[in-house]
Ligand binder design. Sequence first.
Ligand code: ADP
Ligand code: ZN
Length: 742
Amino acid sequence: MIAKVITDISLDREFDYLVPEALTKVVRTGSAVTVPFGRSVRTGYVLGLAETSAYDPARLRYLTGIAADRPAIPENLIKLGKWIAEYYCASGEHAIRTLLPAAIRSGRVREKKIRLYSIADLTAAEKYIIDHAKETRLAKRVKVLQMLIRKGEGPKAEFATEVDFSASAFDALCKDGLIKVREEAAANDFDNGMETLPDTPLEPTADQRKALQQISDMLEKKTPSHVQLLFGTTNSGKTEVYLQAISKVLNMGKSAIVLVPEISLTPQTVRRFRARFGKKLSVLHSRLSDRERFDEWNRINSGKVQIAVGARSALFAPFDNLGLIVVDEEHDSSYKQSESPRYHARDVAVVRAKLENACVILGSATPSAESLYNAQNGKFLMCRMAAQVDNKPAPVIHIVDRRRDPAPTEGMSNLLSPILIHAVEERLERAEQAILFLNRRGYARTLCCPQCGYEARCPECSINYNYTYSRSREVLSCHLCGGVVPAPSACPDCGFQEIRYFGSGTEKLESCARAVFPGARIGRMDSDLMRSADDYEVVLDKFRRGRLDILVGTQMIAKGLHFPGVTLVGVVNADLGLSMPDFRAQERTFQMLTQVAGRAGRGERRGEVIFQTTRDSDVLRFAADLDFEGFSKFDLEFREMLGYPPFTRLIAIFFKGEKESAVADYAAFFAEKLAAYQHDKVRITPPAPAPVEKIRNQFRYMMTVRGNGLKTIREAIRILALHHTPPNGVSVAVDVDAQHLM
Ligand code: ADP
Ligand code: ZN
């Protein structure tokens, strides 16, 4: 018998090994085995078994044994992994790697506690970066600090995969006290130590009954599709549908996976599942220790639990009798992985379910264009839940055109229109709460000199992106590379003293709100401040308990959070996302606006929402009317006209490297190779500098391939990207179904 084995090192190749007679009964697809490789012994996974090999039988070697410290990968997941490698143009190793958590793969499971590393003191770290920016000897440490600032708190394993990571620099910084470490006890769940009272299913509403009937038919294979798009307004009771659908699946003796975006994996969500399913549930979140992850994986693999809830990677929970995968907020962009394999968890969920004869529920109040299109074409079942469970009226939404405002007399208040200020004041008088939303952190965006026109820019990154200025720390930081420099008080070019800051972020919004509403208790939430999950919970908890009147924040506060006291949401710059050079910009803006609007009026009183803008936009009008149907018709027409997904498939190919000419040359070479695969249904855009032209001194070029029937060209791209080594430090990244063309 021949075993086809893939080893840990990144070659996109399977190697054939003979299976010793004694092991033929134990070696199967997915087994972890040890194999001789050159002069060493490596561990690998069996991807398949065969009777014969295409290689010279005289030169085949025997595999040496089963790797005792590692579990086998279930055969169903191996199949899925192969599909991922092919479809997403990823190497076999990368695909296999995503199937198993690192702790399981390496057999490292002694850790009972999780060690979380973070910047000890932001000001000190920034000072260090500024002071040592030019010293090559300390360059690695500076890079590690920048990376930590960028990424926030996390376990070492999370950082070790970053290009800027250096173990020696990391350890040295820990020793010097610039990086601090915190041990978190084995808190197996978010809800540990929390009272979770068991609850029982609610009597379904008419909409819910209709949805559950369709799901029931789907589970019994009476429907033409195994995927349901559950298009339900916020508060229409989707979660209750998931819960009851899962109960049904369990009664059928099967298991279920629930995917949620990482940000909504909060105690609130987990508690509802825990209350209904108790010990049948395994919660897979990013802060499990190796030991906990190992334990959870084994609990699932051995059938001790029937439900797994988690972010993207929970999709690979090793159930062998899967009945249902729920993808909540299916439109959420966090389902797309940004590193290889660049898979989309929603799409892979549909494939996994197909392979394993299971079903999928895709839930959203603002479905993606892709899913809507699939529902319209009959590829998915569609179920609409339009009514809110409690019949709460939708919030009242106004668009305030700032161009009609009286000219601002004082600089500070120009972020808030008189109408918004008045609305907030009303809330303060009535002891209600307000949210002010601005999807940009920091104090200002651009530092300009009005005398000579000097504009501060990160020297390492694209000229299209300027620094974020933090006034409290007096630094400019680059959101692309994490680089920091002291903020100049005079123009570095001409010495002019009255240098100006343009554009604004949440930090400025906060100080503006403090000035306009003296006496109000104001809190802020953005990634600048929230360095750990704890910080996040503290602010939310204060707000929820009514200890804050106004919450200022970015995207972080937009999703899924429930604050009964909030009756007003002000979106400071509602058209902000529309100028992005990306065909999904409209969709993202619409989703973001309706999501933020949904934060108003979750309690007793009717909510009010104000969108401030400085332009005319159909997208804003559809959002203000909460007219999803209107918007999606408009957006789909736009995409069809331009030949974008979902009417086509799109593959983006990125090239990067330190020498621009080398990057351009290689991109041109790549494009030339692909030209042979062009046919009338495929459109190839020639390589050009990407909208973000440079990150961390790496020049970036991009080309796209879109059309229908991309299989052949995709295979060609995969081979080129994986089996052809570009010269001169150039690297290639392929993003199939890319979500961002930046
Ligand atoms: P969604 O997930 O669509 O936002 P939820 O499932 O969270 O909606 O439901 C919104 C609220 O309505 C929750 O507080 C939930 O407990 C309640 N709810 C849902 N279904 C019912 C029902 N059938 N009867 C009574 N209350 C319900
Ligand atoms: Zn930069």
